[in-house]
Design a protein around this ligand. Structure first.
Ligand SMILES: *Cc1c(COP(=O)(O)O)cnc(C)c1O
Length: 508
């Protein structure tokens, strides 16, 4: 079937293209395509006797588009509306925890005393900011049960690097030799094996294909005698949205063999306030402040990936950390903590994220954070229970904060996970995470934000049920044509990745 493109272009006079879309969804050309060579954006008189001191001969030749201020404004404002976000609508992107960002956080992060300070200011002039960081360290330590906190890492993956380097440093300082293996389940997020490899470890995979969970038996098989094992990286709840029920036993065996337990804390939203990861044996964990504790991410702002460790590993974490002596706060650097692995990030990390996260925590309070986890788990299980007769659920039991389905029931009729994701775009929903985790074929990982209303979850469920019903009734052909209403339809993603066009015009 051929779908009507809803974008229309009118060319009037010299060069001028007016693009519009019915329903006020805009198409937009490049600024260079809009320019009038004889209508410069600024009309200052040409400077006389100008001698360039930068090596650039004159302003006209540096290739800036000649457009007026209103054109520039509309160009960027239109494009700013293309970035789909949790502020637009339902965003059930599994693994990513797309949270509502309370505006209170933003208000606090913009207070001049937080927003207009400089990391090179004397510590005596930024005591309030240091106190805030100290308080955040304290909340993270309380919530995880892990007292050694470093706020510096800039994202989850950076936290993993900091955490695994901490483990490596601990083995070095203790004189442990020959431990070059990192155990990682096959359902892990790609950043886990990547981090281990970056730190020079050989990755040994633990199979979870049978039940979606780690088992003591599979762990023992991967561990062997454990003499070469530096540690294990596990996400709990894992990337199939399941709580690792045998994790305490596995952590005990790992510790007995001399390894450290790294927990990828990206899924902490399901546990926060309910379970302290230290209690199931974790030695080091990163926290994605931008997932569990709100703050914009996914194109909306910088992330922050603090790490929390046991007291044993605390001396090795990166610098700086904030300490309190009497009533004075200060940053601790290498000279005060010689066993540290060093510095991984400029200054003290993403301070604006620290403000937002602490604001989120304090406005929720300990009981409110517990409620966050309960609502996240309830929402995902509601979706699971509502859709499990329409879509294949590969693993038994209740899920945590995200629910995993597959396209197994639809595939024979030619409708795949990709088609379902595109149909969701057509219906006005951001798709779930697709084809991850890799341990199941055609994965759809759905994580409803805990602040989502039952109404909006119901609308999503109804859309998914409609797709399944269409496929059952043989009306599946149209699924290959979705989405029809978006400015771009199906892209050749492989070509886009392999031969990206990064220049304009594209033929130079
Ligand atoms: C998001 C995520 C990461 C990486 O976090 P970033 O902040 O994107 O670097 C790692 N592991 C899991 C399970 C995640 O969901």
């Amino acid at each position: 079937m051929s779908a009507e493109r809803k974008i229309e272009t009118v060319t009037t006079g010299q060069n001028e293209i007016i693009e519009f879309n019915r329903g006020l969804l805009y198409e937009e050309s490049l600024l260079w395509e809009k320019e009038h060579a004889d209508h410069p954006g600024v009309d200052l008189p040409a400077p006389e006797n100008l001698k360039s001191r930068t090596g650039v001969p004159d302003r006209e030749n540096i290739g800036l588009p000649q457009v007026s201020e209103p054109q520039v404004l509309r160009h960027f404002v239109k494009m700013s509306t293309w970035n789909y976000s949790i502020d637009h609508g339902f965003f059930p992107l599994g693994s990513c925890t797309m949270k509502h960002n309370p505006r209170l956080n933003e208000k606090l992060a913009r207070l001049p005393g937080f927003a207009q300070i400089h990391p090179l200011q004397p510590e005596s002039t930024v005591q309030g900011a240091l106190k805030l960081m100290h308080e955040l360290q304290h909340w993270l330590a309380e919530l995880t049960g892990l007292p050694g906190v470093c706020l510096a890492p800039a994202a989850g993956a950076h936290g993993e690097l900091a955490g695994i380097m901490t483990i490596k440093r601990a083995h070095e300082m203790k004189g442990n030799k020959g431990r070059n293996v990192m155990l990682i389940p096959d359902s892990a997020h790609g950043t886990n094996p990547a981090t281990a490899a970056m730190c020079g470890y050989t990755v040994k995979s633990i199979s979870t294909k049978e039940t979606g969970r780690l088992t003591v038996a599979a762990f023992k098989e991967a561990l062997g005698d454990g003499k070469d094992v530096a540690g294990m990286m596990v996400t709990n709840p894992n990337t199939c949205g399941l709580f690792e029920t045998e994790i305490q036993e596995i952590a005990k065996l790992l510790h007995k063999a001399g390894g450290y337990f790294y927990c990828d804390g990206a899924n902490f939203n399901a546990l926060v306030g309910k379970v302290r990861p230290a209690d199931f044996g974790v030695d080091v964990m990163h926290i994605n402040l931008h997932k569990t504790f709100s703050t914009p991410h996914g194109g909306g702002g910088p992330g922050s990936g603090p790490i929390c460790t046991t007291a044993e590993l605390a001396p090795y974490v990166p610098v700086p950390t904030v300490v309190k002596n009497g009533e004075t706060y200060s940053l601790q650097w290498e000279k005060d903590r010689p066993e540290t692995l060093g510095q991984l990030k400029g200054f003290q990390g993403q301070f604006g994220m620290h403000v937002r996260a602490l604001s989120y925590m304090m406005s929720h309070g300990a009981d409110g954070l517990k409620q966050v986890a309960e609502d996240a788990v309830l929402g995902a299980n509601y979706i699971m229970a509502s859709l499990k007769n329409d879509f294949h659920a590969p693993f038994d039991g209740p899920c945590m904060h995200e629910c995993l389905l597959t396209d197994k029931n639809q595939k024979d009729a030619g409708v795949t996970t990709l088609d379902i994701a595109k149909a969701l775009c057509e219906k006005g929903f951001h798709p779930m995470t697709v084809y991850f985790p890799l341990v199941v074929s055609g994965a759809m990982l759905i994580e409803p934000t805990e602040t989502e209303s039952k109404d909006s979850i119901d609308r999503f469920i109804a859309a998914m049920k409609e797709f399944a019903a269409d496929v059952r009734e043989g009306d599946s052909e149209k699924y290959h044509a979705f989405p029809e209403s978006t400015p771009r339809r199906r892209l050749d993603e492989v070509k886009a990745a392999r031969t990206p066009v990064l220049r304009w015009p594209s033929d130079i």
